[in-house]
Design a protein around this ligand. Sequence first.
Ligand SMILES: [Zn+2]
Length: 186
Amino acid sequence: MDIYDYELITKALNTANEWSAYGNIKFILTTNKATSDIRVAFRAGNGYLSAVGTHATEAAYVNHTTMWLQNLDKQPKDEFKRVVLHEFGHSIGLLHEIQSPAAASIKWKVPEVNAHFKKLYGWEPDKVYTNVLQIVPTNAYTKFDPLSIMVYAIPKELTTNLTADIEWPTALSKIDKETIVTYYPF
Ligand SMILES: [Zn+2]
């Protein structure tokens, strides 16, 4: 059996390359591990995860997988697209929008948040902290964008001050598109 599923790889690449329309980014296929920047596992791992930006060059990732999209092809079309754009967003350096300093005004009900993500993904509180609750200081962020591809869906009941649910995104937002070109100018 061919170890590469080119149909799946092409589908993921074409989806990821939507970023290319808005920033000077091009994801191209290579089977040369030594010169690759991003190495994707479609069968191994535990859910969806990616190294953020240049972290993928750190020792722990050398010749290793940098992105896990485990069994993503079993997901419906919209979820496939959301996850690919989100994880490739991480690969080009983007963090979770809800962890931006601009999201620091969200007042979380921490036990409820922990219970929610435990039920959804089986995450322990430390993982919820690093993926959701922890604000990551950065000098590159926009006004909080609840439509960003980099959000998780957040029911407003998990907070004391969101007035509307944050829904799962299905596409790059207007702000995603306008911002990525400032990091990757043509
Ligand atoms: Zn993420």
